[in-house]
Design a protein around this ligand. Structure first.
Ligand SMILES: Nc1ncnc2c1ncn2[C@@H]1O[C@H](COP(=O)(O)OP(=O)(O)OP(=O)(O)O)[C@@H](O)[C@H]1O
Ligand SMILES: [Mg+2]
Length: 312
């Protein structure tokens, strides 16, 4: 009996451990500035007193007593006091900034850890479904489970990338590469030679948009393989991304059989495109269009990065 093995991921505190290892007992800048604020006034005071005593008292010098008193007050008392107050203020400001940075770092580490655990849990669910798939020989069940597994793995891919990004955003061109590989592994038949090219600049999206993007891309690429190349052994899928700083375009073009005659996205009853359309409209606040051309199908997704503006 050949079962796919289910790898139950161990709950790791990877990020937290890495951070703990990285921290060295180096005194903080605020502590050093504070120490300087205590030391420097005493040094200034000592130097001024040394100068006053040697220049005016020990060496024969006809300095006016008023000038002597003024020098002592200005350089010996006011000088150290101003230095102390200034350095103290600088140390306080630095401490505030360090505290804010520390909080941001802790939050960031927590978010990374959370994405890492979500990814592990999704991977476990996908592994369990794979196990289920290997026990059930009925083609329709296999197909349905395979679709669910690739959907789950696409979501896991976005969480995997977010678990290593330090600012809660991820590059969707790299995410597209990963999603496409996952989809390809589960959809392409052994007799097929399908070339999938992903091109585009680095486009960074937050976790919600990145996850929606991954699912949508999986649906579009799955359809190209499943329907576009159903009867074929060779084909090419081009996934192209572009953006102008605000609006993001995704083009998925295949040179397959093309959409069925009279296809209408609004009335199509397939689950995959319904999921894709809902996510594009709700989570990406964008628009999905599919067009049939002489040599295959092109799907366009247009959306605005991180916005609530709608393209409907
Ligand atoms: N790239 C494509 N090439 C040819 N036909 C396509 C393509 N994309 C979509 N279609 C057509 O659109 C229909 C609807 O697709 P949709 O993804 O919604 O459902 P499905 O793929 O049939 O089922 P599911 O995605 O739920 O497994 C498909 O059955 C297919 O006829
Ligand atoms: Mg589909």
């Amino acid at each position: 009996m050949s079962h796919s093995s289910v790898t139950l991921p161990m709950v790791e505190s990877r990020v937290v451990t890495e951070r703990a290892q990285a921290s060295k007992p180096v005194p903080r800048l605020s502590t050093r500035v504070f120490a300087l604020s205590q030391l420097l006034p005493i040094i200034i005071l000592a130097v001024v007193m040394f100068y006053e005593v040697t220049a005016h008292l020990l060496i024969e010098n006809q300095t006016h007593p008023l000038l002597f008193a003024m020098e002592t007050i200005v350089f010996g008392i006011i000088g150290p006091a101003v230095t102390w107050a200034t350095l103290n203020w600088v140390a306080r400001e630095i401490r505030e900034r360090e505290r804010a940075e520390g909080e941001a770092d802790a939050l960031n580490a927590m978010m990374q850890e959370m994405h890492h655990r979500i990814k592990n849990n999704l991977q476990t669910v996908a592994d369990l479904l794979t196990l289920e798939m290997s026990r059930n020989p009925r083609p329709e069940v296999q197909e349905s489970l395979r679709d669910s597994i690739t959907r789950i793995k696409s979501i896991a891919a976005s969480h995997e990338m977010l678990s290593v990004e330090s600012v809660g955003v991820t590059d969707i061109t790299e995410l597209a590469q990963r999603v496409v590989q996952t989809t390809r592994r589960s959809m392409v038949r052994p007799d097929q030679r399908i070339t999938i090219r992903v091109t585009g600049p680095n486009v960074y999206l937050g976790s919600k948009q990145a996850t929606a993007f991954a699912i949508v891309l999986n649906e579009l690429v799955s359809n190209a393989i499943e329907h576009g190349f159903r009867e074929r052994t060779n084909g090419t899928i081009e996934v192209e991304l572009d953006w102008d700083g605000m609006d993001v375009w995704l083009r998925v073009q295949d040179d397959g059989i093309g959409l069925p005659e009279g296809f209408d996205l609004n009335t199509s009853r397939g689950l995959g495109l319904q999921i894709a359309r809902t996510l594009v409209e709700k989570d990406l606040c964008g628009k999905l269009t599919l067009t049939r051309h002489t040599n295959g199908t092109t799907a366009w997704v247009l959306f605005r990065r991180g916005s609530g503006l709608s393209y409907k």
